[in-house]
Design a protein around this ligand. Structure first.
Ligand code: NAD
Length: 482
C-alpha cells in the first residue's frame, strides 16, 4: 500500500553496495501527477560508470557470479521473480508516483517484470550449443557464451518492465550488467535493485542513475563493456550505435514506432473498437509499440469513426488513482511536445477527450485526440508523437493498405483486423516490421514473443528465447582427436 512505499535514496548500486555518486551531486525527481518535487536521485558521472563497469568485470571474471552453473543462475532469477511479486503493490505505487501512469497499469507492469525473471530464470539452463559434422578425426562444438559485461540504457515509459526486459535475459546468460535507467523515472528500478541485491551475488547487477548525456554517454563510450542494449529514441539510438562501432561491440536498439492497425470492411468491429482505442490510450500513448495509426477501409470509415469519436470523447485524463485509464504524461516537456503536435496537426480534429476537473493544475495532463481523415504522408501520420493521439487514414484496396502501413521510416508492430483467412496471411507477410497481430493488438505484451523492429525502429530482438541469443556470442571449438 502507499503508506508502505519505500522511496530509494539517491544512491547507486555498485558491486553489491549502495554508494553515493562520487561528485555528491543529485537530481530532483518530479511526480507528473502534480508537478511537485518529491525526492532526488544520483546525478552520476563517468567515474561512477567506471566503478560500476569494474565491479561487473570482477563479478564476471572472478566473483561468485562467474562460478555459478546455469541452473544456479536460473534459480536466483526465479527467486528474484517471486520477490518482485511479493513486493508488487509497493513497487506499483512507487512506479505510479514516479511515472504518473494509472495504478492498474503499474500493477500490470510489475506482473510482467516478475514474468521476465521467471521466463529467463527458466531459460538459463536451456540454451544449448551444437555439434557440427566436420572432417574425419575432428569434433566440432558450437557453444553459446555470455558477452561479458553488458551495458543497458532504458527509457522512462515502463521503467520496471524495461529493466526486466533488458537485464533478465543478460543475467540468465551469465553476463554481468550495468544499468543506466532514465532520469525522468527510475525509482522502481532502484527499488528492484534493492530487492535483487539481497538475492544476486555482488557485481552481477549494477545500477547507476543519472542524466543521459552524462552517465548514459559515459556508459555507451566505455571501453570496458562488451555489448550494449539500448531502448529509447532513434536520435540517441543512432549515437549508441556509433559508439558501439567505435568500441567494436554489438548492440540492440529498441527505438520508436508509428505502428498501424489495418481495419478491413469484414472485421469484427465490436472486437476491434476497444483494442484500437486502448492501443493509443494505454500508458498515455507513451509506448514505442502504440497503435498510433488506424487504417480504415473506406466503406466502413464513417461508421467506425463515429464509434471511435464516442470513445475518445469519453476518455478523461486524471490523476493515476483506482479506475483511471489515462494518467498524466511524463514531463512538462513531453506535454508541450504532444500539445504542439495536436495544435499544429495538418489534419481535421474528430474528437478530443477531457482533463478531469480534480487533476492537479501542476500535473502534465493532455486530453486524448483523434484526427481523420489524415493523409498518409502528413507529419502527424509520419512522426512519433508519443502521446494519446490517434490518426485515422482511409484506404480502398488491400494493396493500398499495405503501402500505407509500410510507408513510414519505422517498422515495429502492425495489427490487422479481418475475418478473411487468406488476407490475414497475405497482409501479415507483407508487413515490414518485427511483430504482427491479427484480430488483436498487444502493445508491449507477451514476454515470450520476440520483439524489436527494423529501420528507424531499431534492430535486434528482446523478449522470447531470441533475447538469450542476443545476450550471448558463439564460440566454435574444433578438436583434432586423430
Ligand atoms: P531518450 O532516447 O532520450 O532516452 C532514453 C535513455 O537514453 C534514457 O535513459 C536517457 O537518459 C538515455 N540517454 C539520453 N541521451 C543519451 C546519450 N547522449 N547517451 C547515452 N544515453 C542517453 O528517449 P526517451 O525520451 O527517454 O524515450 C522516448 C523514446 O524512446 C521514444 O522515441 C520511444 O519510442 C522510445 N522507446 C522505445 C521502446 C522500444 O522498445 N522500442 C520502448 C520505450 C521507448
Amino acid at each position: 500500500m502507499a503508506s508502505n512505499m519505500r522511496i530509494p535514496d539517491p544512491l547507486n548500486l555498485i558491486g553489491g553496495q549502495w554508494v553515493p555518486p562520487r561528485s555528491g551531486k543529485t537530481l530532483e525527481v518530479v511526480s507528473p501527477i502534480d508537478g511537485e518535487v518529491f525526492t532526488r536521485i544520483a546525478d552520476s558521472g563517468a567515474e561512477d560508470i567506471d566503478a560500476a563497469v569494474a565491479a561487473a568485470r570482477s563479478a564476471f571474471e572472478e566473483g561468485e557470479w562467474s562460478r555459478l552453473t546455469a541452473a544456479e543462475r536460473g534459480r536466483l532469477l526465479l527467486r528474484f521473480s517471486q520477490a518482485i511479486l511479493d513486493n508488487a503493490e509497493e513497487l506499483a505505487q512507487l512506479e505510479t508516483r514516479d511515472n504518473g501512469k494509472p495504478i492498474a497499469q503499474s500493477r500490470a507492469d510489475m506482473t510482467v517484470t516478475a514474468r521476465y525473471f521467471e521466463f529467463y530464470g527458466g531459460g538459463a539452463d536451456k540454451v544449448h550449443g551444437d555439434v557440427i559434422p566436420f572432417l574425419n578425426g575432428y569434433n566440432v562444438q558450437m557453444t553459446r557464451e555470455p558477452h561479458g559485461v553488458t551495458g543497458h540504457i532504458i527509457p522512462w515509459n515502463y521503467p520496471a518492465q524495461m529493466f526486466g526486459r533488458s537485464v533478465a535475459a543478460a543475467l540468465a546468460m551469465g553476463n554481468a550488467a550495468v544499468m543506466k535507467p532514465a532520469e525522468d523515472a527510475c525509482l522502481s528500478v532502484l527499488r528492484l535493485g534493492e530487492i535483487a541485491n539481497a538475492i544476486l551475488p555482488p557485481g552481477a547487477l549494477n545500477i547507476v542513475a543519472g542524466r543521459g548525456e552524462v552517465a548514459g554517454k559515459a556508459l555507451s563510450q566505455h571501453r570496458g563493456i562488451d555489448f550494449i542494449s539500448f531502448t529509447g529514441s532513434p536520435e540517441v539510438g543512432q549515437m549508441i550505435q556509433i559508439e558501439a562501432a567505435r568500441n567494436f561491440i554489438g548492440c540492440t536498439l529498441e527505438l520508436g514506432g508509428k505502428s498501424p492497425q489495418i481495419v478491413f470492411e469484414d472485421a469484427d468491429l465490436d472486437a476491434a473498437l476497444p483494442v484500437l482505442a486502448n492501443a493509443i490510450i494505454q500508458n498515455g500513448g507513451q509506448t514505442c509499440s502504440a497503435g498510433a495509426r488506424v487504417l480504415v477501409q473506406r466503406s466502413i470509415y464513417d461508421s467506425l469513426m463515429a464509434r471511435l469519436k464516442e470513445r475518445f470523447e469519453a476518455v478523461e485524463a486524471s490523476p493515476s488513482e483506482e479506475g483511471a485509464i489515462l494518467g498524466p504524461l511524463i514531463s512538462a516537456r513531453q506535454k508541450r511536445r504532444v500539445e504542439g503536435y495536436i495544435d499544429n496537426a495538418d489534419a481535421p480534429l474528430v474528437a478530443r477527450g477531457r482533463v478531469a476537473e480534480h487533476a492537479p493544475k501542476g500535473g502534465y495532463y493532455v486530453a486524448p485526440a483523434l484526427f481523420g481523415p489524415v493523409a498518409p504522408d502528413a507529419r502527424i501520420a509520419q512522426e512519433e508523437v508519443f502521446g494519446p493521439v490517434l490518426v485515422a487514414i482511409p484506404f480502398d484496396t488491400e494493396a493500398e493498405a499495405i503501402r500505407i502501413a509500410n510507408g513510414t521510416e519505422y517498422g515495429l508492430v502492425a495489427g490487422i483486423w479481418t475475418r478473411d483467412g487468406g488476407r490475414q496471411h497475405r497482409v501479415a507477410k507483407a508487413m515490414r516490421c518485427g511483430q504482427v497481430f491479427v484480430n488483436g493488438y498487444g502493445a508491449g505484451g507477451g514476454v515470450e514473443l520476440p520483439f524489436g523492429g527494423i529501420r528507424k525502429s531499431g534492430h535486434g530482438r528482446e523478449k522470447g528465447f531470441e533475447a538469450l541469443y542476443e545476450f550471448s556470442t558463439i564460440k566454435t571449438i574444433v578438436i583434432n582427436h586423430g
